[in-house]
Design a protein around this ligand. Structure first.
Ligand code: DQA
Length: 154
C-alpha cells in the first residue's frame, strides 16, 4: 500500500540572546528555557502529524542561511528574530524569497515596550504575528502553521 506522504518539517528559528531564556529578564521573557520550548513545540507539532527543526543562533548570517535552507526544506517557518526583528534587512530579504508561510513570534509584546522595538522588519513579510503570550505563543504559532500547511496540502 502506498505510504501517506509526510509533510516537510516546520522550521522554528530563534535569533540572538534567546539561548538565555529562563535566565535573561525572566519578568519579561518568562522562566521557560529555550530547550523546554523546543520540546513543547515538537510535542505540539506531533499532535498535528508534523515535525520540527528547532534552531537558535546569535548570528544574523547564520539565520539567513537557515531561512534559505527552509525555502526548499520546510512546510512553514516560525521565527523569533529577537533584536534582529527590528534591524535586519538581510533577514527581511531572505524571508521575502520564501514561498512557505512565515509566522513571526515574540514572547513579549514589543508594541508595549520601548519605541525602538515598535517596528519589525519581519512583520511585513509574515503571514501573521503572535506576540505577548510568552512560551505559549510558540504553541499558538505551531497551531496556526499546521492549519496553513493542511490547507495548502489539501
Ligand atoms: C523578543 C523581543 C525583542 O524586542 C527582543 O530584542 C528579544 C526578544 C521577544 O521574543 O519578545 O530578544 O523577540
Amino acid at each position: 500500500m502506498a505510504k501517506k506522504p509526510t509533510a516537510p518539517p516546520i522550521y522554528v528559528l530563534n535569533g540572538p540572546n534567546l539561548n538565555l531564556l529562563g535566565l535573561r529578564e525572566p519578568e519579561i521573557y518568562g522562566r521557560t528555557t529555550l530547550e523546554e520550548i523546543g520540546k513543547m513545540v515538537a510535542d505540539r507539532a506531533k499532535t498535528h502529524g508534523l515535525s520540527v527543526v528547532f534552531r537558535q543562533s546569535n548570528h544574523e548570517g547564520q539565520l539567513v542561511d537557515w531561512i534559505q535552507e527552509a525555502r526548499t526544506k520546510s512546510a512553514a517557518i516560525l521565527i523569533n528574530g529577537g533584536a534582529y526583528s527590528h534591524t535586519s534587512l538581510a533577514i527581511h530579504d531572505a524571508l521575502r524569497a520564501v514561498d512557505v508561510p512565515v509566522i513571526e513570534v515574540h514572547l513579549s509584546n514589543p508594541q508595549a515596550r520601548e519605541e525602538f522595538r515598535h517596528h519589525s522588519r519581519i512583520s511585513p513579510v509574515a503571514k501573521g504575528v503572535i506576540v505577548g503570550f510568552g512560551a505559549q505563543g510558540y504553541l499558538l504559532a505551531v497551531d496556526a502553521a499546521a492549519s496553513l500547511v493542511k490547507r495548502i496540502g489539501a
